[in-house]
Design a protein around this ligand. Structure first.
Ligand code: F0G
Length: 462
């Protein structure tokens, strides 16, 4: 047995009376435990977590005030913007089990410039890139790492386009576990790779794409005692639900008309959709916002699945996009995403590399910034508007999933005009967004001339 070197989970790991159940999204089979690959033993579909106690929670206002009160508490579980909402999460054996980096608590920003340029009445960005490791993954990782440790695992593992690995490595380190990262060689940003290295992961760059890494990980976890932390793991989804809970709390529980999310492996859209449906079910919100999913044209598996197969079976693609976080051709959670799109009446669309680059620069110009994969949301909003799916009177929230600093190469290439997407015919709109750095002699005269030039071109573009 080649994996004898890796210890099995501790047998004395915490056993407790658990209230939550795993429910197959395909055939509906309910069970108390999940297989290592988090797939249904009968039909192979993914599982989701539910807890009968969620249905009997105190109605509306009591829960809202409890969550609000916790914002002034200094208990570690209350300082986490995820565990603060623990009534709607699977419960660990005790709060001491929780592995946390004070995730969540991310800002909701207004986007006045983009609101003006798109003509949308109210436009917000919920910036999940403001999480401890710079992406939305932390909100799911705190929950999944907690349950990994509680189950006594020594090793956790993931396949990743970069952000999952950065987040997993951090939470594993905090929880005293070792982590195994499988990433496509040459296809993730150095910033994300550097995080996994610093947090002490065993980082393996495989000569394949993300989908190849995930296939391999799923084989590996069948043979070795490694706990799988991709978003196939339903505990991840539970934690990621809290972005929607926190968003609604920030909007004083007035639902926006529309929430727009980037789509890669489709865990996040599934999580936000699940949260919306649960909030609606237990009476926290009176109506459901539409949830729309946007993909890059070169990684448009869900778009094609809906368009060409009516959402009945997955159409995989050979993924290619500079938005490397969503360079995924065989999204694992496609069935969950189809379900929430249909339940909320949202749309699924695709945007070009040029549209992504432009939208990213526009979000940067708001003083906020994000990584390329997050910018598909603004590009997608414009696309959905042009098709008449989004109306000007709507209030819209874009979910920004990753921090600007996650992929500095993309940003620098954009401003220098070196992105391959920009090598198309000259584009004045794009040029106005570019701010290339200049190298000058260290003289007052040279700097003054540059200032004058900048002021002149600002006035010309005004
Ligand atoms: N945005 C960013 C910044 C991401 O890192 C990802 C996924 C997504 C959007 C898409 O989310 O997969 O839930 O649909 N990144 C994964 C990773 C796959 O490995 O970091 P999704």
């Amino acid at each position: 047995m080649p994996f004898s070197a890796i210890s099995e989970p501790d047998p004395e790991s915490h056993q407790h009376k658990q209230a939550y159940r795993f429910c197959c999204i395909g055939c509906g089979t309910v069970s108390k435990s999940a297989a290592k690959d988090f797939r249904c033993a009968h039909c192979g579909s993914l599982l989701e977590i539910s807890d009968p106690s969620w249905k009997s929670l105190p109605r509306g206002d009591a829960l809202k005030s409890l969550w609000r009160e916790r914002r002034s508490s200094n208990l570690p579980s209350d300082l986490s913007g995820v565990w603060r909402f623990r009534e709607l999460l699977p419960a660990p054996a005790s709060v001491e089990q929780i592995v946390s980096l004070r995730e969540g608590n991310t800002p909701l920003y207004e986007l006045p410039r983009s609101s003006r340029s798109t003509g949308v009445r109210q436009l917000y960005a919920k910036h999940q890139g403001m999480n401890p490791t710079g992406s939305f993954k932390d909100t799911g990782m705190t929950v999944a790492a907690t349950f990994a440790r509680q189950a006594g695992f020594h090793w956790v593992g993931c396949a990743s386009t970069g952000n999952t690995s950065a987040s997993m490595a951090a939470y594993a380190a905090r929880g005293g576990m070792r982590s195994l990262v499988l990433v496509p060689e040459g296809k993730i940003s150095w910033s994300k790779l550097s995080q996994a290295l610093d947090y002490g992961a065993l980082t393996l760059q495989l000569r394949t794409d993300f989908d190849g890494c995930l296939r391999l990980l799923q084989e590996l976890v069948q043979r070795a005692p490694i706990y799988q932390l991709n978003s196939i793991n339903p505990f991840r989804i539970e934690g990621q639900k809290t972005a929607a809970l926190e968003l609604l709390e920030q909007l004083d529980w007035h639902p926006p008309d529309h929430i727009i999310v980037p789509g890669g492996n489709l865990g996040n859209s599934s999580a936000i959709g699940k949260a919306l449906l649960e909030m609606h079910d237990i009476g926290l919100i009176a109506r459901l916002p539409k949830l729309s999913v946007i993909q890059a044209e070169g990684a448009n598996a869900l778009v094609r699945t809906l368009r060409e197969a009516g959402g009945k079976h997955l159409i995989s693609v050979q993924a290619e996009t500079r938005a490397t976080a969503i360079r995924i051709g065989h999204p694992a959670s496609w069935q969950k995403a189809v379900k929430v799109l249909q339940a909320t009446g949202g749309a699924c669309d695709e945007v070009s590399e040029l549209e992504i680059a432009q939208a990213k620069a526009e979000i940067g110009a708001e003083g906020i910034g994000c990584e390329p994969a997050s910018a598909v949301t603004l590009a997608g909003l414009k696309k959905l508007q042009s098709k008449g799916f989004v109306k000007p009177e709507e209030s819209i929230v874009l979910i920004l999933t990753g921090n600007l600093l996650k992929d500095p190469d993309f940003t620098i290439e954009f401003h220098r005009g070196e992105l391959s997407a920009q090598s198309t015919p000259p584009n004045a709109q794009l040029d106005a967004l570019r701010h290339p750095p200049a190298v000058l002699d260290a003289s007052l005269e040279a700097v003054t001339r540059a200032l004058e030039q900048a002021e002149k071109s600002r006035n010309e573009n005004a």
